[in-house]
Design a protein around this ligand. Structure first.
Ligand SMILES: Nc1ncnc2c1ncn2[C@@H]1O[C@H](COP(=O)(O)OP(=O)(O)O)[C@@H](O)[C@H]1O
Ligand SMILES: CC(=O)N[C@@H](CCC(=O)OP(=O)(O)O)C(=O)O
Length: 255
């Protein structure tokens, strides 16, 4: 079974194009089992603002008090997940929305409870439910909400959650779908990036903000042996004429 993990950023859920869904369906028809892991950063921010709570980030991770956690889960599971599932269904893809914490799917631990509150990283993925859905031809759509082994809810960055799912399922491909065509430098898409080249772009400030956890997760997934790891746009087709369009991460160091 070839698994394709698609991380769909909150920045793009509302803007996914027709040709994006055509690309997903093309890959399904080629035999890939597709699982979506999604974010919802912009929706969480706007609800926090409505509640007069200022969003605070440290190194791309949202400081998550108990009050913030409630809003994070509400928006991820109640809004972003619903929108993505509905759009997939409208395009003929049989989608099932799940919270990452359902059926003990994603379990993890606090990263730094004193500094970040309920922010976690995933330590274990239970693939049972996902595999059951694949067998029946369903496409799981999963939030990055996870729990500790003692059952406390954790807010996990969606790029990192997608990376953990890709590793656990031994996925063939992991695609990070976002609102830009790939990693850009001077306005141009970089078609291929090695680890050293990526680190140099972080160092010189060409890669910043939400792109940092994305490229770091992409590299960690690549280093676990997942063959095709890319950042692609959800605004257009990302797979045409058997070719992917975006930034591909490569283990080959160029000389
Ligand atoms: N070198 C870069 N190339 C492209 N986008 C970049 C780069 N560095 C930072 N970014 C920013 O990263 C954003 C995508 O990350 P983010 O907003 O977290 O998206 P998502 O919600 O898809 O995870 C882009 O819209 C852009 O503003
Ligand atoms: C810990 C942490 O930062 N969690 C993220 C989870 C959502 C997310 O990652 O959404 P995007 O993919 O749209 O950025 C957050 O609270 O925003």
């Amino acid at each position: 079974m070839s698994v394709l993990v698609i991380k769909c950023g909150g920045s793009i859920i509302d803007e996914l194009s027709e040709s994006f869904f055509t690309s997903v369906k093309k890959l399904q028809s080629e035999g890939y089992q597709v699982v979506f892991v999604h974010g919802g950063g912009p929706d969480i921010n706007s609800m926090l603002e409505k509640c007069e709570i200022e969003p605070v980030f440290e190194k791309g991770l949202r400081k998550t008090t108990d009050e913030v956690l409630e809003i994070v889960e509400l928006m991820l599971a109640g809004k972003s997940n619903r929108i993505l599932v509905h759009k997939l269904e409208q395009h003929g893809i049989k989608a099932v929305g799940l919270n990452g914490s359902d059926a003990g799917m994603l379990t993890g631990s606090f990263i730094d409870q004193a500094a970040l509150g309920a922010v976690g990283e995933i330590e274990q993925v239970n693939p049972e439910l996902l595999e059951m859905l694949f067998e029946k031809g369903f496409c799981p759509v999963v939030t990055p909400i996870s729990t500790t082994t003692s059952g406390q809810k954790l807010n996990v960055n969606a790029d990192m959650a997608a990376g953990a799912v890709a590793k656990a399922l031994n996925a063939e491909m992991c695609l990070f779908v976002t609102d830009v065509k790939g990693v850009l430098k001077d306005g141009q898409v970089i078609e291929e990036l090695t680890e050293d080249e990526t680190n140099a772009l972080i160092e010189d400030g060409s890669i910043y903000g939400g792109m940092i956890p994305k490229v770091n997760t992409a590299l960690s997934v690549l280093n676990k042996g997942i063959k095709e790891v890319m950042i692609v746009s959800g605004k257009e087709a990302f797979y045409e004429h058997n070719q992917f369009i975006g930034t591909k991460f490569s283990q080959k160091e160029r000389v």
